[in-house]
Design a protein around this ligand. Sequence first.
Ligand code: NAD
Ligand code: UDP
Length: 314
Amino acid sequence: MRILVSGGAGFVPSHLCDRLLDQGHEVVAVDNFVTGHRRNLEVLSSRPGFSFVQADVTVPVELPGRFDRVYHMASPASPIDYVELPFATLYAGSDATRHLLDRSRKDGARFLLASTSEVYGDPAVHPQTEDYWGNVNPIGVRSVYDEAKRFAEALTMAYRRYHGVQTRIVRIFNTYGPRMRPNDGRVMPAFCSQALRGEPLTVFGDGSQTRSYSYVSDLVAGINGLMESDLAEPCNVGNPHEMTMLELAEHINRFTGNRAGIVHKPLPSDDPTRRRPDISRARAAFGWEPQVPFDVGVSRTVEFFRGLMERGEL
Ligand code: NAD
Ligand code: UDP
């Protein structure tokens, strides 16, 4: 198949491109580098079937030929990115989703939206099932991301209902792995970089808030599985292995041998208190299950950041 991936220079989308190329597809990645990195294209660029277009997908992009699949992955995704880039984030959910849905409609392509567990906000239901409608502050600092993704889901469903576009919606839970930006502010790159530099890990608040971490290869297998399934409803993809941020910090310090300990910093506003996916739908619809144990994923991630440190990029 011929496949368009928006945001292809980003962390998750670049791994998705690798997987699609492994399957023998032709992949066209589009990115404007707003939060992505050229480093993520180093290996991809030399692979047969891969091409890259530098462009902003919030405006229509001239791309010749016809696509069979469109993965809309482009959006700032880390809290510090989307707080610094509020309009780019809102338009990645709104305008970009619209243009890529239009392109899918024109080509008769199947369209997948990368949505997020943030549509559940600070969830009152735990673990989160897809039929939970969420608890989002519509004007808080995270709203530019949460509401953009909620709007993107609504737009995707409208194109499905009114224009008959074949759509898929994946609600991605916290994911980690190689190719994250060391300074993107998310907890995994922050803790790994701090630990490798021998600094104390910055735990926000008392560290009792929880997240559930999925290794990136498991996530992209789930995204790809959903795209090729018959499931039209939104689908959680994440690892139900839940931990507190304090436990995560202690784990990273132990794993790296960092003796600098932990410092507590203020908890950002509207920081969700807990998060864990219910993955029954993904299991039933396309047999997806996370495969990579946490220790293995952490080891590969720390090795990636160690590599950056050796190149003077950490
Ligand atoms: P990332 O920032 O590494 O990747 C996003 C990519 O999109 C970047 O390369 C960026 O430059 C590009 N981009 C943004 N706006 C663009 C635009 N207007 N035009 C072209 N390119 C644009 O983030 P990521 O963590 O890889 O996230 C990828 C997708 O997955 C995002 O849609 C994000 O919301 C979603 N997601 C990720 C996670 C996670 O834990 N990583 C969790 C939930 C949802
Ligand atoms: N966090 C932290 N220290 C950091 C960065 C983040 O304790 O240096 C916390 C943050 O407050 C949140 C959790 O880790 O409770 C996950 O944060 P991240 O930004 O990675 O993802 P999100 O909040 O979007 O799930």
